[in-house]
Design a protein around this ligand. Structure first.
Ligand code: TNX
Length: 522
């Protein structure tokens, strides 16, 4: 009893950024999921006198047709665990979750309001993106077992609250390298499901590299027959996606509010293509397949027209099956392409991307070749100064931030981490958190930043368990940096919220790294 009283006395805590005082009384010391949200919302107003409980009678009610996909996602998550029917209805009546318009303009194009009443959880938003984001919050307000794939006992309570929320940056991304090691469509979709829970809205697929070409290109079939036949370590098989499989991954991501950005890395990182077609090599000879992990040794043949026919065919075919507006052309570590050739290559390729209606994203090296302010440089360096990126930002380009020594998910956590690399340093969870995307690169300020992406390179990563170990908990760190207001940035407040995700990952079977820096909730 004494301990409880002490707890009640000590446990008045401010929800960061909201300016709202939450009194965590002994009674309420039972898990209140309101204090455990990642990413932290802009405003959380607790309503301690109210609780909503999801029951067998609950319906998911649409006041706007726009919200059907988000509603379907919510039903998909909650039907197996609750065992409830949770029908999706057009129109609003009775108990349940209501998805509607009429959000406060402050929520913007991707934000939402979430209001808990005894009868309903009402999510207001002006777009499907907003409803997806509101649903990600609602999932975290329910008990962790709501994420289970099998039926669990209730009660399915949601603490009383009014939440108003919107992202700091439009672009919150995750990348998976499926070239160094190939991952099946089911493995890719599993990762997509995991990142969607943290309001990630872009999924970048690194589909080609020296070790593998991973997407069927109908006009160049050898790319996958040969180039997609192996991976790092030498395993062989049909290690690629057919166009139908890719479409299915794209649709799966869309049904979770996520846009796929396909990457075909050029003019370096191209050995798999050069092993598939002799004519892509200046000497007209096929390269051997490569299953090691060196970088920088390959290059397309820059002064050969067939190279641009190849590039255009790839961009045309991929653009036709990619509803998202972005095409990532790679452009990194072209160490075997002379500087002048690199410029020639980009000057020919960037207009092709535009011709097929896409916006170019590229690793930041490419930005020195163009003054086009609509293209997106993705900064992956380990320094805080890059003259070319800063100059582009001054001209008006928006920069996607992926500093390798902060947010590369393939860096080891510490020297004992078995998986991963360490060329950019060891990146413990707190290191991943301790930077400000809007004030990191000299000359690149808040307004110049498009967002944050956490890339996962897979030289050492082979299984879903491996992906999860490296991505969790650092991917949610990236999500927090990309979403939550800069003013709430505070490790001491963030760490317990992150630690509260542990029970959810246990229910979901996510193989997370239990960093000793994080106070994990049991
Ligand atoms: C650098 S980052 C690369 C990749 C490697 C990665 C390993 C970048 C644009 N290029 O080719 O996989 O390091 O961390």
């Amino acid at each position: 009893m004494k301990a409880k009283r002490l707890q009640a006395a000590l446990a008045a805590l401010v929800i960061a950024g909201s300016g709202v005082l939450v009194t965590n009384t002994a009674e309420a010391a039972a898990p209140t999921t309101l204090q455990e949200l990642v990413p932290q919302p802009v405003q959380v107003q607790p309503r301690p006198d109210i609780t909503f409980t999801l029951t067998a009678a609950s319906k998911i009610q649409l006041a706007t047709r726009d919200a059907r996909k988000p509603a379907e996602l919510l039903a998909k998550v909650l039907r197996p665990s609750t065992g409830y029917a949770l029908p999706i209805t057009d129109g609003v009546s009775g108990a349940g979750v209501v998805l509607t318009g009429g959000a406060d303009p402050k929520t913007g194009p991707e934000g939402y309001q979430l209001d808990v009443t005894p009868e309903q959880v009402v999510i207001r938003a002006s777009s499907p993106a907003g409803h997806f984001n509101g649903i990600a919050t609602l999932r975290q307000l329910l008990p962790p077992k709501a994420e289970a794939k099998t039926r669990q006992p209730g009660p399915w309570t949601v603490p009383g609250a009014s939440i108003l929320d919107h992202p700091r940056y439009h672009h919150r991304g995750a990348m998976l390298d499926v070239s160094r090691h190939f991952f099946t469509p089911d493995q890719v979709k599993r990762y997509v499901d995991q990142i969607a829970a943290f309001k990630i809205n872009y999924f970048h697929l690194h589909l080609s590299d020296d070790q593998g070409w991973r997407l069927e290109i109908k006009s160049w079939p050898e790319l996958t027959r040969i180039g997609g036949s192996t991976e790092v370590g030498g395993r062989t098989g049909k290690l690629f996606y057919t166009q139908d499989q890719y479409r299915d991954i794209v649709a799966h991501a869309a049904s979770r509010g996520i846009t796929v950005i396909p990457e075909f890395d050029m003019p370096g990182h191209t050995n798999a293509a050069q092993a598939s077609y002799a004519e892509l090599n200046c000497d007209g000879k096929k390269r051997p397949l490569y299953t090691g992990t060196e970088v920088g040794f390959s290059s397309l043949c820059i002064n050969n027209d067939i190279t641009y026919k190849f590039v255009e065919d790839v961009i045309r075919e991929v653009s036709a099956i990619t509803p998202g507006l972005y095409f990532h052309i790679g452009g990194d570590e072209a160490l075997s392409t002379p500087d002048a050739d690199y410029v020639t290559f980009m000057n020919r390729v960037l207009p092709i991307v535009e011709k097929y209606g896409k916006t170019t994203v590229g690793w930041h090296e490419f930005i020195k070749t163009t003054k086009d302010t609509t293209v997106i440089p993705q900064f992956w360096g380990t320094t805080t100064t890059d003259a070319n990126v800063a100059a582009a930002a001054q001209r008006g380009n928006k920069v996607l931030m992926s500093p390798a020594n902060r947010i590369y998910l393939d860096m080891k956590y510490d020297k004992n981490t078995k998986l991963g690399l360490d060329w950019a340093g060891l990146v413990e969870v707190r290191d991943a958190y301790s930077w400000n995307p809007g004030a990191y690169l000299n000359g690149v300020t808040e307004a110049n930043v498009r967002g944050v992406e956490a890339p996962l390179w897979t030289e050492t990563i082979r299984t879903s368990a491996d992906i999860e170990y490296m991505a969790f908990p650092r991917l949610p760190v990236a999500a927090e940096l990309g979403w939550s207001p800069a003013a709430v940035h505070d490790w001491d407040r963030f760490a317990p919220r992150l630690g509260a995700q542990g029970p959810r990952w246990k229910v979901q079977g996510v193989n997370f790294y239990a960093s000793t820096q994080v106070p994990w909730k049991r």
